[in-house]
Design a protein around this ligand. Structure first.
Ligand SMILES: *Cc1c(COP(=O)(O)O)cnc(C)c1O
Length: 495
């Protein structure tokens, strides 16, 4: 029996995994969730002997049950190959009190590569399986890292076009350069005069626009999403939590069944939701530490049971976490409400209309495994400097938010449980913030000079993804108002 997927917002319309990947978002605006959370079928002592690719197959086949073994293995082989600069794909590095799971060894040096290097393969396979002949138009809003990773994944993939919207004044200079230099005839990158939430709302509105959809179909196009609202993004992210546990076990760092905690620097709630799914698979995970920057809606949510986006949007030194509407929280709400779609729909409507909602006492009890923490920009810088001074290991600003929250949690609770921190970006992606944190003062040097200094400081080779930016020509220059996003899409697709 295939595992089916349904919307978080209605009881009808069951689809297969491949259909859910192809559609991205459910027709009612909800997110697809599996009707049942699967369990691992192999024991950890078997998994700990496996490569990343083998682990990926064992995990993903549980969620993507309508893909054949051959199809899934081929997607995995095409994704996790020499695009990654290490055979381990996701190395685990001990520094200070924690294990850092380095998820930034892919083509664009942020953890988004873990899912976006496989999503194009899953999607084109899904299109074939469902006899879908329309050209797939990937529409993506990015806070900086998804955009580049999606562009790199979909560039020149036949049967697809990709259009990325990013906040013109809300990403790091390196992130912007990475995107606007993207090659590929099917790639389009547009800056918007707005923040990430504006970009995400604009994209969601286009997905929900039936009239636009009709005109697209007439031209032979269909939209899909590369954002973490797509279940095809989420499932590949479950893999590395299983892999990390198996690796700790294989290396004798933990005993079989010993619980670990996981700390995740969080924005759209995709990465930490994947950890929650891994826990449900049977990985012995105790606490899930959800780390926020100054845009601390999630911290407040875990503390009070009330989600409230009515506040100022703050641009921080961890821009990929500058988010006030964490889309994937909708999936968690659905699960902890006892799969009540009507309740989830009501909350999401209230969020849209009033910018806030509350959960019940029963639902809050289901959140006992989550610990919400927050670090401001100064604390983030301190976390980078202090770990560097103690160990020589250099964190990026996002991972540093989680590192700070983890230390805070340890001090508050005395919990000594071994902890894996999801390390979501290479420090090279945020070289200015990182070097300024280590030096404790602002720097006059250029971004490229700072990259050279970071190399001398961290003794880690400069990744190719950064090297090639030095001379890459700018290919995308378009900037638009938030209200003009749809017009831009219509122009690109000649609708
Ligand atoms: C996207 C991103 C995050 C946030 O991940 P979510 O899945 O959106 O919570 C954290 N750090 C980096 C570097 C990112 O690119």
């Amino acid at each position: 029996m295939d595992l089916m997927y349904k919307s978080t917002r209605s009881e009808e319309g069951f689809v297969t995994a491949s259909q859910a990947i192809l559609q991205g978002l459910a027709a009612d605006g909800g997110l697809f969730v599996p009707t049942e959370l699967p369990k691992l079928s192999l024991r950890m002592e078997q998994l700990c002997k496996m490569s990343y690719q083998e682990t990926a197959y064992e995990v993903m086949r549980l969620f993507l049950t309508d893909f054949t073994e051959e199809e899934l293995k081929s997607c995995i082989q095409n994704a996790y190959d020499s695009k990654f600069d290490t055979e381990e794909i996701a190395p685990l590095v001990k520094a200070g009190n924690a294990y850092y799971l380095e998820l930034f060894h892919g083509a664009t040096i942020a953890f988004k590569d873990m899912a976006l290097s496989i999503l194009p393969h899953l999607m084109t396979t899904a299109a074939k399986k469902n006899n879908s002949h329309e050209e797939i138009v990937i529409l993506t809003a990015t806070s900086g890292d998804t955009g580049k990773a999606a562009l790199a994944g979909f560039a020149d993939v036949s049967g697809t076009k990709i259009i990325v919207f990013y906040p013109k004044h809300g990403v790091s200079p390196i992130q912007e350069r990475q995107m606007v230099t993207q090659r590929g005839e099917n790639t389009f990158v547009i800056g918007i005069e707005g923040n990430f939430d504006d970009a995400q709302t604009g994209v969601k509105n286009m997905f929900g626009n039936e009239e636009l959809k009709e005109r697209m179909l007439k031209k032979g196009y269909r939209f899909s999403s590369a954002n973490s609202i797509n279940i095809g993004r989420l499932v590949p992210q479950v893999v590395y939590y299983v892999y990390a546990y198996a690796k700790l076990l294989g290396e004798g760092k933990i005993s079989d069944g010993e619980r670990i905690n996981v700390a995740v620097p969080t924005g759209n709630f995709g990465n930490i939701l994947a950890a929650y799914y891994a826990k449900h698979l049977g990985v012995p995970i105790g606490k899930l530490l959800c780390a926020s920057n100054e845009n601390k809606v999630l911290y407040d949510f875990f503390a009070t049971g009330r989600y409230d986006r009515n506040r100022d949007f703050i641009l921080t030194n961890s821009p990929s976490m500058d988010i006030l509407i964490s889309s994937n929280l909708e999936r968690l709400l659905y699960h902890i409400s006892g799969n009540r779609a009507a309740d989830t729909r009501a909350r999401m409507e209230q969020l849209k209309a009033e910018g806030c909602y509350e959960i019940t006492q029963e639902m809050r009890k289901q959140l006992a495994d989550f610990y919400g923490g927050t670090a401001d920009q100064k604390q983030t810088g301190e976390a980078i400097a202090s770990l560097y001074e103690q160990t020589g290991y250099v964190l990026d600003t996002h991972t540093a938010v989680a590192s700070y929250v983890y230390e805070q949690y340890r001090q508050q609770t005395g919990d000594q449980t071994k902890t894996v921190i999801a390390s979501t970006a290479s420090p090279y992606k945020f070289a200015r913030s990182v070097m300024e944190a280590i030096w404790g003062k602002p720097s006059e040097l250029s971004d490229m000079e700072l990259i050279d200094r970071l190399c001398e400081t961290s003794l880690v080779a400069i990744p190719n993804a950064v090297e090639e930016l030095r001379n890459a020509p700018i290919r995308h220059k378009k900037v638009c108002e938030t209200s003009a996003m749809q017009k831009e899409v219509e122009a690109i697709l000649e609708l």
